[in-house]
Design a protein around this ligand. Sequence first.
Ligand code: SIN
Ligand code: CO
Length: 397
Amino acid sequence: MARKTTPPIEVDARDFPILGMPAQKFLDVYWQRHPLLIRNAFPDFESPITAEDLAGLACEDAALSRIVSRDSKRDTWQVRNGPFLEDEFPGMPRKDWTLLVQDVDKWDADVRALLYAFEFLPRWRMDDIMVSFAAPGGSVGAHIDNYDVFLLQGVGHRRWLIDTRPDPDHTYREDVPLRLLKHFAPNQDWVLNPGDMLYVPPGVPHHGIGVDACVTISVGLRAPSSAELIDELSGALIYDAPESIRYEDAGLKVPSDPYEIDDAALDRAVEAIHKLRLENRAQFAEWFGRVMSAYRVAANMAPDADSASGLDIVRSIAEGHVWIRHAYSRAAWTRQGKNAQLFVNGMAFSCSVRDASAIAAADYLDAVLVDALSDTGRAILQSLADAGHYLLEEDHE
Ligand code: SIN
Ligand code: CO
């Protein structure tokens, strides 16, 4: 019997950044299946963010930050949520704590620029870049995530322990304020240097510990769970459910027992459910595009019309101004026959494939981009600007 072989768990990418192999090979072999340590994923890496920058961010009201500390003698853990005060940091202990800030890509353009290196993945699968600072010994403990993550070492050194065996124990400790595995039996142990990156697929137990004072950059992906999909779908279905689609049983056979729900009845029920927009590909695509482009954008952070400038964006760009996309603006597009549908934070626009592709990819709007758009594409830019999705670069700085 052919035995399943496990692919190498470590590569050096110095000559082949960032994966050490062609992107398609990584996707075929490792993606969502196997962890991979990529030495020199970013050769001679200079972190776009320092521990000081991170501490500064953790003091912002709107940033999502936490400090996790551990009393190593008693093995007790404490979690405090930000925002923090700047003068708290100098007094922090020398070891055994970590500061974590989510959505750093939304706050820091240099951190956001790292995402270009991950364009081998659909952008709409990207969630956020979380950055952590760990004092020596600092960690969030051994845990399992439901999502893929790329853990890029930014500054200093972090030790990563992982357990690659199938079906790891998912029991969590009940005596701590965070999700810590009760039993963790790592079979890999590495120290990552700046520029090294560890890819961890969903479900793999992992534990990162600061060797020295270090900064780790986590590029995190998200995929909606079945509960989230059903929740979204049911809302959309109820909103425009056609009365004409219902359980139907033309051609019914006389039942041998009138109380029995037989196989044929179950098939008809499944059919009725499938007809609910799942069968209409265009409607389904529109629903999925709206959902994924709005996915996990917190309402209070989303662009809104009140912050729009009201300016004519095409004219402003022709006058030489550059507009920048709002950090919480998420775009994706689908094909609709020869044309496309562009989705931005739950809104849908019909346009050409060229317009959809150009607008979805544009973090900056300048004359080159606008010249390449059709009139419809330009009208979409104006609608997006009016909804607060673009900011004049000088206002932004
Ligand atoms: C960390 O950066 O401390 C934790 C990241 C993770 O384990 O997912
Ligand atoms: Co994790």
